[in-house]
Design a protein around this ligand. Structure first.
Ligand SMILES: CCCCCCCCCCCC/C=C/CC(=O)SCCNC(=O)CCNC(=O)[C@H](O)C(C)(C)COP(=O)(O)OP(=O)(O)OC[C@H]1O[C@@H](n2cnc3c(N)ncnc32)[C@H](O)[C@@H]1OP(=O)(O)O
Length: 280
């Protein structure tokens, strides 16, 4: 098989350099299979692929690259065998600097718009727990394959932060209003098998390599389809969600900063971080 590794994760320096541009990825690697034209984006920010500002910036660059280089497909998965992504970096949300949190949330919006609205066919191979922002990342792809015995969902209710409109819109569009309402209001995390039952994921498999094969199968289904027509159709199908969120993005982000900075939310976040520290 002819693989061209655009970005290699160097164990010593943890630096990854793209050979086709000057982008440097430290938290993920992007590898193109030249035979199929399908690229794999492997998230590699130990221990839990939490979404820091830097992580989001690199994710945005990788999605941009997939569009610019006209990949036939993009598979997002994790290098960790136990965690796909733990979601937003809770340290970015706890006691935030006001400018930084504003920029952080704007960056999150930008990445989401780029991924959700990108013309490249996308699939997630969820080979570990996928919590809150991690679930959003998977839901923004077109197809989801999940390895068994992990958890996926949006736990904001348990963390003590409101679920943002972007997260709600994605969940609703995949599992419908009633299932979304039942899950989001209690912060439910689904097992892989339960997620399949409500349509949150499309397939459940025994391991990562089987998951990658299934994802490649989904993406190969577009081989005979005009990429341009397909890309436009995807945009039209998703435009209602995008348009609404674009219209209110500044209003949403300002409101979220206000909510996140409030005493009650900061106390809840602090308790959540403390619980995680003490669980060992
Ligand atoms: C257009 C309109 C848009 C509007 C704007 C959009 C903006 C939206 C803003 C929304 C704001 C609020 C929304 C938040 C959504 C989120 O994503 S909040 C994050 C929620 N995530 C979690 O609660 C996950 C918590 N983590 C876990 O449950 C577990 O870590 C795990 C199941 C993922 C993995 O378990 P395990 O393998 O046992 O590892 P641990 O020992 O628990 O953790 C290892 C290590 O990682 C640290 N860590 C874990 N999660 C996070 C995280 N999310 N952020 C930062 N750090 C994390 C954990 O503390 C451990 O650290 P130490 O080793 O103890 O130092």
């Amino acid at each position: 098989m002819a693989f061209r590794t655009k970005n290699l994760f160097e164990k010593t320096t943890k630096l990854v350099r793209s050979y086709s541009s000057d982008k440097i990825y430290t938290h993920m690697s992007l590898t193109l299979n030249e035979q199929t034209g399908i690229a794999t984006l492997e998230l590699a920010k130990p221990p839990v692929n939490s979404m820091s500002f830097g992580f989001l910036s690199q994710l945005a660059a990788a999605v941009q690259q997939s569009e610019a280089d006209k990949y036939k497909g993009l598979i997002i998965t994790s290098r960790s065998s136990g965690v796909f992504s733990a979601g937003l970096d809770l340290k970015e949300l706890h006691h935030p600097d006001s400018d930084r949190i504003l920029n952080y949330l704007r960056r999150l919006q930008d990445v989401w718009f780029q991924l959700y609205d990108c013309s490249t066919p996308t699939a997630a191979v969820i080979n570990g727990h996928s919590i809150a922002g991690g679930c959003l990342l998977a839901l923004s792809c077109e197809y989801r394959v999940m390895v068994n015995s992990f958890k996926i969902g949006m736990n904001e209710a348990l963390v003590g932060v409101p679920v943002s409109p972007m997260f709600i819109a994605c969940m609703q569009s995949v599992i419908g209003q009633w299932e979304a309402e039942k899950a989001l209001l209690v912060g439910r995390l689904f097992t892989s098998e339960e997620a399949l039952g409500v349509g949150l994921v499309d397939e459940v498999v025994g391991g990562k390599s089987e998951g990658v094969c299934k994802a490649e199968g989904y993406l190969a289904g577009f081989r005979e389809v005009s990429a341009r027509a397909r890309g436009l159709s995807k945009r039209y199908l998703r435009q209602e969600v995008v348009r609404d969120l674009v219209r209110r993005r500044e209003e949403d982000v300002k409101k979220l900063v206000e909510i996140i900075s409030s005493r009650g939310v900061q106390d809840s976040l602090g308790e959540h971080l403390e619980r995680m520290k003490n669980k060992k």
